[in-house]
Each structure stands twice: as C-alpha cells, then as structure tokens.
Design a protein. Structure first.
Lengths: 342, 498
C-alpha cells in the first residue's frame, strides 16, 4: 500500500492546518496587537513617536512585574486575586521602614534602606506563605483563599498608614522606580529582567516543566511522582514576591505610598495574562504570551488616549477586548482538546 | 381470584453495538414478589438487558411486556412511569440534601401556593422509612451517613416513586456484612408487598442467600434460569465460564501452576495497613515475582494500590520497603523510595496535550538534571523506549492524545523504565485494550519481573491475574480473604473465593 503523492500532499496540508489551529492561542493575541498598532498609527500621528513607545512601556511595567508571577499561578490552573493588595501592602511596608518628612503623621520605624527592603521582601514572602499554606495544606480553593488574602493585604496596608500618605522610600527603590538610564526608565529594565527570568525558569528548568505538567493534568503529575502541593506552594510564593517587588517600585513610580493605590492592577495583571493567551485551565501559554498581553493592554489604553475617545467609552472597550480574549481562550482550549482526544 | 399477571416478560431480545452482539435472543420473565438473581462475567450482557428494561437503551429487537401490556420505552423516564426503577452502582443521591428531601426527590409535596410543604415532606418520608424498617433521622444530611444507609435511602426513593419492579446493580459490593443483612431484610419486606426485584451481583454467596431464582448470562445469551433451592456455587460458576467450551478458550481457563519463589528476598511488605476502602491488609511482594491481587469491583484493591504509592494516606499500619519503614505522605516520596505506579485510568496518568517525550521524562526529570532541562537527553531516552516498546507512531514529538489506547499505555509504562523501580504497582494494566496490545503489556511486565523487580498487579479481570501472577491474593470487602501460592489455580477456583 503506497500512498500517492497527492494524498501525502493532502495530509501535509491538513497537518499544517491542524498546527495553525493549535497555535490559535498564540496567534490571535499577536494579531490583535499588530491590528491595534496599525489602527492607532493611522488614527493618530502622535502615537508612533519614541516618546510614546517609552510611555507605553513605562505604563505596563508595574503590571508586567505582577503578571510575571501571576503567569506561574495561572499556568498551574490556579488564580491569585491577592496580587494587587500584596503589592500595596509591601509598598507601604517599605515606606513604613523609611524616614519620612516631619509633615507625614505616621508612627513609622526608620531603618537603613537595605534592611527596609529586606523586611519588605520578607513581608511579601510571609503573605505568600500564608496563601500557600491555606491552599496546599488546609485545602482552601485558591480563588477563595486569595480573596481572603486580598482583604488581609489591604488591612495591613491600612493599619500601617492609617489614611495618611508616605512619600519617601529607600534610595535604590526610588531610582529603580522613578529613575532612568539614558532614555530608558529603570522600571522598564526591571520589568524586562523579571519577565526574562520568569521565561527562563518556565522554559528551561525542571521546575518550570513541572509547573506546566501540574497545570496540564494535575492527577497525572501526582501519579508520576511529582510533589504537586510543593509546586503549588512555590508558584504562590513566586507570585507574592513578584507582587511585592512591583509594590515597592510602584510606590516609587507613583511618588507616594497610600491605601488603595494599586486597585486597578489586579484586573490589569489578570487581563494581561489571559489576553496573551495563557490558558485559564492551566498547562498552556507562558511569559511570551503574557508580554503580548501586556502590550495589547498598554497599546489599547495609550492609543485610546491619543484618539480622544470618550473616557467612559474607553472602559467599555477594554471590557469588550477582555471578553473577546476570554472567548478565544476557551475556544482555543476546546480546539486543542478535540484534536488530542480524537 | 384471577391469577396475578406477570410483572415483566421479555421475548427474543437482541441488541448489538456497532456490529458487536451484546444480547442474542434472550427471554426473561419476572414473577410477582420474587427476588431474581442475575449473574455473568463482565460483558456477558446482564447490564445491557437491565438497561433495556430501564429504558436506557431504546433500540433493540424483541418484545417487552410490563404487567401484561406490551410496551416500548422511549426513555428512562417512560420506564419509570411504567413502574420500573433502577438503583445503579454509583448512587444518584444528592449528598448535600437531607434524607427526607432525597426520598421525596422529584415528588416533593407542595402547598397551595406551589411552595414545598416541608412538614408534609418530613412526615411522609418518616412514615415511608419506618414502613420499610429503615432506622434513620429524616432530617440528617445524607452525605454524612454510612454508604449502606445511603443505599437504603436510594432504594426507598425508587420504591416511593411507585416502582413495582426494582433493579439493583451490585448493591452489596461496598457494604459491610451487617449492612448486607439490613439490605436483605429490606428486600424481603419489599417482596412481601408483591413487588419484584432483580439483583445483579458478582457475589454468588449473596445471590444464593437472598434470591428465589437465578439467571446466568454468558456471551450475550441467557444460559439457564433455575430455582436457587436446587443449585450451588460450583454449578453456577461452571455455567458462567462455560465448562463445555473450556478447550476452546485460552489456556488460562484451565489449571495454572503458580510459581512462587519463597526464597527470593521480600522487597515490599505491609503490616496491617488500613486506609479508605481497605482495612488490615498485610502482604509481602518478593523480588522477581508478580503478586496478583484479585477482587471484584469495589473490593478495595484499587484503593490499596493507590495507597501503596502514597496517593491516599494510611490510617493505620506500616509499609516496609527492603526492611526500612516508609513514610508515605505523598507520591513524590513513594517515587523517590523506588515505588512506581500505573493507575487504572489512562486519563489520570498521561498528559494528552504534551508530546510523548515529555510524558516519558516527567518522573525522571530530577534524575537527568536537578535544575536545567536537557531536552536532547530526554528525547534520546524517549526514542530508546519508543523503539524498544515498538510504540506507533515512532516519533517522540507526537502529542500523546493522538495515540491509540494501547500505545498510550506503553508510554505510561515507559515512564518507569528508565531507572528501574524496586516495586512496580500496576492497577488494571490491560483494561479496555485489544488482544495485541494486551499481549505487549504482558510481555513488558514479564520482562520487568525477570529483571528482579517486585511487581504487584491489581485487577478485577481474572484473566489478567491468571496470565501474569506467580502468587495471588484475593480481596473481598476491603481485606485479603485468600492466598493462592505454589499450587494450581483456575478461574473457577479464583471466582469461588472472591
């Protein structure tokens, strides 16, 4: 039985089509990004300037650091709703350990900068450890557990500043958050490094592989002798540390540490991960997707400002883009599943 | 006084699934007020027949009469309306609701406003349960009750819906002996009311104790129906596995000489371990030996296998590997200690959306390198397994989900072949595989035995156990009831002790 050349050609075409379909999760967000860039370039001359590119990058940096950690969690098929609140708490914490002006009425504890940063990072680790304990040892679903941690993080921040605003942070944090080297803002460099590190860990390390496997089929991972609970604890810790780092730099970036200043970052970071095409069910996607997702959101937000659109309509448009991404996400999942169970 | 009508009569029932004949020209009659036992091996056709009666399968040849009137159910709903109720092996109670709510489910009494009349519901359910002799608080949440009681409540619900014919599928498999007594008491009372019961079970002792008549199925045919008073277990088993055709069957239907090696060192030992689904299990697995653990569905052997790999925690007892007590808190510990495991369902051991090589390397990643992945090495190792095990298609980058069942099973086995474990626990290793793939898997397992691994094979299929095992333990209701070692054993002897 020898297949004719035509048949071979046909199967080759079919398999290419299958491959394309399986890559829908990666192609769709990238196509969206290109379309948005093209759209805004035509609509507004001020959109395609170097200044504006730097602007967009700066605007997505804090979200990017949070989203890097969140990608790990979502790849495992879990969610972390506490990221923005942990960021806020840790940002306030580092300010709390820094000498403030006499006009700031906070019972703070001034410490050397290095120690203040160390304690703040320890704080983010502690919050992450509590989340990890609740999810992996007690067995609380991550959605609920991190919802509780969202409240706890807000509470800690509120207790520390008591409605006041702190301005000073350790020097190095101030530089990384608000300074720049040449034309490039430091915070963009930090975000790039964090995302790159995340990509390296996920793609090239044994731990990264187990993250994908736990997300792909948790039961199978367990039956292969993977310590699933340890992996889940690790991703929740990574997420908390990334959020803490984003919190410290964010406070410097905004120029103040106060209650509720990170509120938008929860939805932004989840949107970035999901719009980029990482599966909400776990196991598919990665940092590359998250970067594309960040840029889609960044270009959209920034571009809508350039075309002078009604600011209320802007919110609606963002919501619709997110909905579209979710539809593609679920559809891509189903396509892939139907191919592999056929 | 007129003669009571026959509650159920089937004539010439045939049914096939895509060319495979499941039932062939079966007649079946149920008398009023009788308990009718139904036996046969897996796939003999008894479940198919019951599903036709209960309206689950609606396409078949032949006729069915309920209470003298010819019917043709077009759904499970219409079968229920005709007075036929079925209690499946997996209960369909709603665990979060109360006993009363479960009993009255779908028939809740309502007030004039259309709201549920809670007082009436509790009262009705209480009366009902008392009438059946079921001693349970109707307000209790059913999920918190012992399984035996849950099952009785489910039967009560089927009865309360007005069923005159009740079909019970393996009702005793998960029950303790006292619970079985209660169930039988209930069935006898139900029978006194003139209702008929069909009782499907692998437990011949149970069938013999409670049934009035028994029907035996084999290969889609009704072999014989007889009054229980005149038959015994040996007679039933003979007809179940077909004594006359033994020569035509494969050799393992005859006597198998077990080849135990009492001199080989003990690798894995358990001392009185108790966990979910099994209790007080003590066993020894020796190097270079295949230990078979056989039992019917629900006898606890699958749960035992999972616990040996650290998937579920032990409540009591100890697992000892090569003389050292093991702490099995999770599967990673079991793997590091040298225990390997293959679960009974392929879906729960493989990553359908990942390529073959990632499926194979997942349990040895830490051995290849502690920190960085070495994909080239992973692929090379996987390529070796693919060639050795003749996995098709022979490409390590193929997504696993596109492989056939037999090839998937080989990939799952390959996971444990790179660094040989001390103990390999296989749960239902040949379930749902065609003959060729089955043979391949058996060959691999025998190969591993030759390499000195202690292999534990857990199965509900006697053929698998008989064709592999050097020594056989039989489990029943969660504990070991018999051991076959250094003797000859046959399928009927195996079934007789289970």
């Amino acid at each position: 039985m020898t297949p004719s050349n035509a048949a071979v050609e046909l199967t080759r075409k079919a398999s290419r089509l299958l491959w394309l379909r399986s890559q829908l999760r990666n192609i769709a967000p990238f196509a969206t990004l290109l379309a948005l860039i093209a759209l805004f370039s035509v609509a507004s001359p001020s959109f395609t300037t170097w200044d504006n590119v730097a602007n967009i990058l700066r605007q997505v940096s804090v979200t990017g650091i949070i989203a890097a950690g969140l990608t790990f969690v979502i790849l495992c098929g879990e969610i972390d709703l506490s990221v923005a609140s942990v960021a806020n708490a840790v940002g306030i914490l580092v300010a709390f350990f820094t000498m403030q002006d006499s006009s700031v009425n906070i019972a703070n504890m001034p410490l050397p900068g290095g120690l203040a940063i160390g304690l703040a990072i320890l704080g983010s680790l502690a919050l992450g450890a509590v989340t990890a304990f609740g999810v992996t040892v007690i067995g609380i679903p991550s959605f609920i557990m991190t919802l509780a941690m969202l409240q706890i993080g807000s509470g800690i921040g509120a207790m520390l500043v008591r409605g006041q605003i702190a301005y000073n942070v350790p020097g190095i944090i101030a530089t990384l958050g608000a300074g720049s080297i040449g034309p490039v803002p430091w915070i963009v460099v930090v975000a790039a490094i964090v995302l790159l590190l995340g990509h390296i860990v996920l793609t090239y390390t044994v731990f990264g592989r187990t993250v994908y496997m736990v997300g792909g089929n948790r039961e199978a991972a367990e039956y292969s002798g993977v310590n699933v609970r340890l992996v889940l604890a690790a991703v929740l810790l990574i997420s908390a540390v990334c959020a803490g780092l984003a919190g410290m730099l964010g406070v410097a970036h905004f120029g103040s540490a106060q209650q509720d200043e990170f509120d938008n970052y929860l939805l932004d970071s989840i949107s970035a991960v999901v719009v980029g095409g990482t599966s909400l069910f776990g196991g598919q996607g990665g940092i590359g997707n998250t970067i594309v997702g960040l840029l889609v959101l960044g270009v959209l937000n920034n571009g809508l400002d350039h075309v002078r659109i009604d600011s209320f309509l802007k919110i609606l448009i963002r919501g619709m883009i997110l909905l579209l991404a979710l539809v593609i996400n679920v559809y891509a999942q189903r396509l892939r599943a139907s191919q592999t169970t056929a | 006084m007129p003669r009571p009508v026959t509650p159920l009569e089937l004539k010439g029932i045939s049914k096939s699934f895509g060319g495979v004949v499941a039932l062939q020209d079966v007649d079946f009659t149920l008398e009023p007020g009788e308990i009718h036992g139904l036996v046969g091996e897996n796939g003999a056709g008894k479940s198919t027949l019951m599903k036709i009666i209960a309206g689950v399968h609606t396409e078949y040849d032949g006729t069915m009469c309920v209470a003298g009137k010819q019917v043709r159910h077009h759904s499970a709903r219409s079968a229920r309306a005709a007075g036929i109720g079925m209690v499946h092996q997996e209960l369909s109670i709603i665990p979060e609701l109360s006993v009363a709510e479960n009993v009255m489910l779908g028939a809740q009494p309502t007030t004039r406003l259309g709201l549920i009349d809670w007082a009436a519901m509790t009262r009705k359910a209480t009366d009902y349960l008392r009438e059946l002799g079921i001693d349970v608080d109707p307000r209790a949440t059913i999920g918190g009750l012992p399984l035996g009681l849950q099952q009785l409540v489910e039967i009560a619900r089927v009865l309360s819906s007005g069923a005159r014919i009740i079909i019970l599928d393996e009702p005793t498999s998960a029950l303790s002996p006292p619970e079985v007594e209660v169930l039988f008491g209930l069935l006898r009372r139900v029978r006194l009311g003139g209702r008929s019961i069909v009782f499907i079970s692998h437990f011949l002792d149970d069938i013999l104790r409670v049934s009035d008549r028994i029907t035996i199925f084999r290969n889609g045919r009704r072999i014989e129906t007889a009054a229980v008073a005149y038959v015994d277990k040996a007679w039933i088993i003979d007809r179940m596995i077909g004594a006359g055709h033994r020569a035509l069957e494969e050799s393992y239907l005859g006597e198998i000489a077990l080849d135990s090696r009492p001199s080989a060192p003990v690798v894995l030992e358990t001392q009185g371990i108790t966990g979910p689904g099994f209790h007080d299990v003590s066993l020894q697995a020796r190097a270079g030996e295949v230990l078979g653990i056989y039992g019917f569905m629900g006898s606890g052997q699958l749960e035992l296998a999972r616990a040996l790999f650290g998937k579920t925690r032990l409540r009591a007892g100890q697992v000892i590997l090569k003389g050292r007590p093991l702490l099995l808190r999770n599967t990673a510990q079991a793997r590091r200690a040298g225990i390997a495991f293959l679960p009974e369902s392929r879906r729960s051991m493989l990553f359908a959306q990942e390529p073959i090589y990632k499926n194979m390397s997942i349990s040895i990643l830490g051995r290849i390198s502690r920190l960085w992945l070495r994909p080239a090495q992973e692929r090379a190792i996987a390529a070796g397994h693919v060639k050795h095990l003749q996995i098709r298609p022979a490409s390590v980058d193929r997504l696993l989900g596109t492989l056939s069942g037999g090839n998937q099973q080989k990939v799952a086995l390959a996971k444990w072949l790179t660094h040989l474990p001390q103990v390999l626990v296989l749960s239902e290793p040949t379930r749902g595989m065609d003959v060729g793939a089955k043979d391949d898997v058996l060959t691999i397992v025998k190969d591993l035995r030759a390499k000195g691994i202690a292999v534990v094979v857990v199965s509900t299929e006697p053929e698998t156990i008989l064709s592999l095992a050097d020594r056989i333990l039989v489990m029943k209701r969660g504990t070991i009831v018999h051991e076959f070692a250094a003797e000859t054993v046959s399928k009927d002897r195996l079934l007789a002790v289970a």
